[in-house]
Design a protein around this ligand. Structure first.
Ligand SMILES: Cc1cc2nc3c(=O)[nH]c(=O)nc-3n(C[C@H](O)[C@H](O)[C@H](O)COP(=O)(O)OP(=O)(O)OC[C@H]3O[C@@H](n4cnc5c(N)ncnc54)[C@H](O)[C@@H]3O)c2cc1C
Length: 501
C-alpha cells in the first residue's frame, strides 16, 4: 500500500508528488493520458503565466533554473535591490503599467530572483516536475483513468476498471471535471456562467482587422496574442453554448465577427476549445482520507490567469502537512489547517474572476462600473492593489497573530555568509533563522524537525529571528531579543505531535 495516491499528473498533482517525495513518502500518481504533453499543454495554446509567488515556490525547491530553461527564459541573477516587476498584468482587459506599482507599499520585500512572474507553458512546468518527482522515487503510471474511489477509517482505494490502488491517503488533482470530487461526495458550490470563452489557433485572411492585445468590446472581448493566429474571444451569451464538441470554423467566425465588430474571416482552425466563467469551489478540501487540490477543488474563468497559481499554492500548503501526518509527526489538527488556510484564498480568487466578468458585461451598468474602475486602475494605488492581489504578494494566512509578517510568505533573508532562505528550504524542512543566536539551546531540542541556522543577516528587516514553515510561510517572528518561550510554543504548534512525545 502506498502512503499517498495522487489522481492526475497535471501541474498540481506533480508539484504535490514532489513535495511528498521530498519528505520520503511513497507516492503513486495515476494519470488518464497515456503520453505527457499535447498541443493544449505546449506553447502557444498551453502558455501560462506563473505569479511571482509560484516562481518563488520553484526557487525554494531548487527548480527555478530547470523551469527557466524549459520555458526558454534566461537565468535570473539575484538583484542588489528589490526590482520593479516587468509586468503588472491586466484587470478586465485594462492593461496595467508595471512602472505604477508602488514598491514601497509591498511588505517585507528583499532582493530575490523570484520577485517577478514567468511566462511558461503547462508542458514546461509538468516536464520539470515529472523529472524531479521520478528522481525522488515517485511512481507515475500513465493511461490509468480512475473510475471509483472508496474509503474507510484506515485506507482509501482508487480503482481503474478491475485494478485496485490502495493507499493511506488519496488526493484528487484531476482537474475541473474531477472524478474524485464527484465520487468522494464533495459539495461543489458557486455561480453559473455569464459568458462563453474560446481559445483557438487559427489562420486569418486579414489579421490586420484585429487590434493587438486585449480589446474589450460592447459584446465581450477579443485577445490577439503574440503568436500569429493565437486568439481568445469572450462572448456574453449567458454561457449557453453547447460545449460538448469543439467549436467549428463557422461558429468561431460568427462569434468573432459579432464580438469584434469586424469582418474578420477565418480560413483555417487548427485547434479550438471553449470555457466558461462558471465559478465553483468545494465547501471543504478534505473528506476523510480524500483531499482535493487545484482545479479539482475550484474552477473559475481563466481571466487574469490565476488557476494554476492557486493550485500550486494548494500543493505547497498541503505537501508538508500530509507528509507529517503520514509519518505520525504532525501536531493534532495540522492536516485540517490545509482546508482552513486554502479555502479563503480560493474564495478570493473566484471573486476576483467574478469581479472582472461583472465589469466586462455588455449592459450599461457594467460599462459604468468599468469606466470608474479604469480611472481607479490608472492610479498608483489601483495598480499596486491589483499587482498585490495577482502576484501573490498580498497572501497572508490568519495564524492568529497581529504581527503582519506572521502568516505571510517569508522574505528572502540572506545571511552574511551568503546562505539564503531558499538554500535552506531546498529539502522541505521548516527553518528557524536566528539572527542573534539566542535561540540555539531551545532549537536544539527540535533539530530532527526543523533546520536551525544562527548568524546575522545582510538585512534582517528589524527581526531577531523567524520560524519558517516548509511552504515558506512565516510561522513566528521575534524582535531583536526574541522570546524563547514564544519560539518554542510556535515550534511545537507546527512541528511537534503530542503523541510522538
Ligand atoms: C485558456 C486558459 C488559460 C489559462 N491561463 C492561466 C494562467 O496564465 N495562469 C494560471 O495560473 N492559470 C491559468 N489557467 C488555469 C490553469 O491552466 C489551470 O488552473 C491548471 O492547469 C490546473 O492544474 P491542475 O493540475 O489542477 O489540473 P489539470 O491541469 O486539469 O490536470 C489534471 C490532470 O488530471 C488528469 N485526470 C483527469 N481525470 C482523471 C482520472 N479520472 N484519472 C486519472 N487522471 C485524470 C488529466 O488528464 C490531467 O492530466 C488557464 C486556463 C485556461 C483554460
Amino acid at each position: 500500500m502506498h502512503d499517498v495516491v495522487i489522481v492526475g499528473a497535471g501541474p498540481v498533482g506533480l508539484f504535490l508528488a514532489c513535495e511528498l517525495g521530498l519528505a520520503g513518502r511513497s507516492v503513486l500518481v495515476l494519470e488518464r493520458e497515456t503520453e505527457p504533453g499535447s498541443p493544449w499543454r505546449s506553447f502557444p495554446l498551453g502558455m501560462r503565466g506563473l505569479s511571482a509567488g509560484s516562481v518563488e515556490a520553484f526557487h525554494r525547491r531548487g527548480l527555478l533554473s530547470p523551469l527557466l530553461a524549459a520555458s526558454g527564459a534566461p537565468e535570473r541573477p539575484v538583484p542588489d535591490q528589490p526590482a520593479p516587476p516587468r509586468s503588472a498584468g491586466h484587470f478586465a482587459g485594462t492593461p496595467l503599467d508595471p512602472a505604477d506599482v508602488d514598491l514601497a507599499r509591498l511588505p517585507h520585500r528583499l532582493p530575490s530572483p523570484a520577485v517577478d512572474g514567468l511566462m511558461t507553458s503547462l508542458e514546461a512546468v509538468e516536464s520539470v516536475l515529472a523529472e524531479r518527482a521520478v528522481k525522488l522515487g515517485v511512481e507515475i503510471r500513465r493511461g490509468v483513468a480512475v473510475t471509483d474511489v472508496t474509503q474507510d477509517g484506515s485506507a482509501v482505494v482508487a480503482r481503474a476498471g478491475e485494478q485496485e490502488y490502495p493507499a493511506k491517503w488519496l488526493v484528487g488533482c484531476d482537474g475541473g471535471r474531477s472524478t474524485v470530487r464527484r465520487l468522494a461526495g464533495f459539495d461543489f458550490d458557486g455561480t453559473e456562467p455569464r459568458l462563453t470563452g474560446y481559445l483557438a489557433l487559427v489562420t486569418l485572411a486579414d489579421p490586420g482587422l484585429l487590434r493587438p492585445g486585449f480589446t474589450p468590446t460592447p459584446q465581450g472581448m477579443y485577445v490577439t496574442m503574440s503568436e500569429p493566429g493565437h486568439l481568445g474571444v469572450l462572448d456574453f451569451d449567458g454561457g449557453t453554448y453547447d460545449r460538448t464538441r469543439p467549436p467549428t470554423l463557422e461558429h468561431l467566425q460568427s462569434v468573432l465577427r459579432r464580438v469584434s465588430g469586424t469582418d474578420a474571416t477565418l480560413t483555417e482552425v487548427q485547434f479550438a476549445s471553449s470555457f466558461t466563467d462558471r465559478a465553483k469551489q468545494v465547501t471543504t478540501y478534505r473528506r476523510g482520507r480524500v483531499l482535493l487540490a487545484g482545479d479539482a477543488a475550484h474552477i473559475h474563468s481563466p481571466l487574469g490567469g490565476q488557476g494554476l497559481n492557486l493550485g500550486l499554492g494548494d500543493a505547497l500548503n498541503l505537501g508538508w502537512k500530509l507528509a507529517a501526518t503520514v509519518a505520525g509527526t504532525a501536531p493534532a489538527g495540522l492536516l485540517d489547517t490545509y482546508s482552513a488556510e486554502r479555502h479563503p484564498v480560493g474564495e478570493r480568487v473566484l471573486d476576483w474572476s467574478r469581479a472582472q466578468v461583472a465589469a466586462m458585461g455588455p449592459d450599461p451598468h457594467a460599462r459604468a462600473v468599468k469606466s470608474v474602475l479604469t480611472d481607479l486602475l490608472a492610479t498608483r494605488d489601483g495598480t499596486t492593489y491589483v499587482f498585490e492581489r495577482t502576484s501573490g504578494t498580498s497572501l497572508r494566512y490568519d495564524l492568529g497573530s497581529e504581527e503582519p509578517l506572521i502568516g505571510h510568505n517569508a522574505p528572502e533573508f540572506v545571511l552574511t555568509d551568503g546562505t539564503s532562505l531558499a538554500d535552506l528550504l531546498q529539502d522541505g524542512h521548516g527553518v528557524a533563522l536566528d539572527f542573534g543566536g539566542g535561540l540555539r539551546e531551545v532549537a536544539q531540542r527540535y533539530d530532527d524537525r526543523i533546520r536551525y541556522v544562527a548568524g546575522p543577516a545582510r538585512d534582517d528587516l528589524g527581526f531577531g529571528a523567524v520560524l519558517v514553515r516548509p511552504d515558506g510561510i512565516v510561522a513566528w517572528a521575534g524582535g531583536r531579543e526574541p522570546d524563547r518561550g514564544a519560539f518554542e510554543e510556535a515550534v511545537r504548534r507546527w512541528f511537534f505531535s503530542v503523541e510522538a512525545e
